[in-house]
Design a protein around this ligand. Structure first.
Ligand SMILES: Nc1ncnc2c1ncn2[C@@H]1O[C@H](COP(=O)(O)OP(=O)(O)OP(=O)(O)O)[C@@H](O)[C@H]1O
Length: 232
């Protein structure tokens, strides 16, 4: 099976006054289709840097990035954004929805950015809203949705391009425990159902209950991993 994401020996440094700060210290990671990996770590441990590298938003100092077996380490900006549009789904901490658009329109816009239009787009949007439990809320705008519902719209939107790889940044931080757990369950379910490779970055240990594999990031180093989760 070709991995959804393979990171090999990734190092990222930032200039820090006169010195160099190592945000990611030679880390390697493989995410298989259907697998949800949680990366947990304290503030400043390198989680955002890891997502930025996997999302082709940040070029590492060294190491290799493969998405679905393709080496995408050294792409130009425009080639990287093509890969993002075609293969990546990004879900942010805040759902980043556009306030004037209904839930359905948020999803349709994601497809339009890729040049798709027509009835099939609307149909796909409605299917995905249904898949995340929002069939009845398709016509609502963000202010008419709860925080958890907004996150669901963000997840559905990220699925519009049928991504190979789903990158999720702190999806539960704006939610109470119960709703946070619902969102994590939803993410692991769609990952499994659709054969996506998913990386969830969080400092919320609650994700532990659901992720199949947990990696801990500390001072730029990935340490410990184990198989947990309740299936799915
Ligand atoms: N653009 C930058 N310039 C300089 N240093 C940076 C930059 N971005 C991040 N860093 C530093 O790199 C380290 C890792 O940061 P990163 O944002 O990846 O951590 P994080 O785990 O996502 O933190 P948080 O949970 O607080 O978002 C930190 O020490 C941070 O201060």
């Amino acid at each position: 099976m070709t991995a959804a994401l393979t990171l090999t020996d990734i190092t990222v440094t930032y200039p820090d006054g006169g010195r160099t700060l190592t945000a990611l210290d030679n880390i390697s990671l493989e995410v298989q289709p259907g697998e949800t990996i949680a990366v947990v770590g304290p503030s400043g441990s390198g989680k955002s840097s890891l997502l930025a590298v996997a999302g082709l938003l940040l070029t590492p100092n060294s190491g290799r990035i493969e998405i679905a077996g393709e080496d995408v380490t050294q792409l130009s900006r425009s080639a990287a954004s093509q890969v993002r549009l075609a293969q990546l789904g990004l879900v942010f901490q805040q759902s980043n929805l556009i306030s004037s658009l209904t839930a359905r329109e948020q999803l349709e816009m994601a497809a339009r950015l890729r040049g798709e239009k027509g009835r099939a787009v609307r149909q796909r949007a409605d299917e995905l809203l249904d898949a995340v439990g929002l069939a009845d809320a398709a016509g609502r705008r963000p202010h008419q949705l709860s925080g958890g519902q907004r996150q669901r719209v963000g997840i559905a939107r990220a699925l519009m391009n049928d991504p190979t790889l789903l990158l999720v940044d702190e999806p539960t931080s704006a939610l109470d425990h119960e709703r946070g757990q619902d969102i994590i369950r939803l993410i692991t379910r769609v990952t499994d159902d659709r054969g996506i490779g998913t990386v969830v970055v969080t400092h919320d240990m609650g994700v532990l209950e659901h992720a199949k594999r947990l990696l801990t990031l500390e001072d730029g180093q990935l340490s410990h991993s184990y198989a947990g989760g309740h299936g799915g």
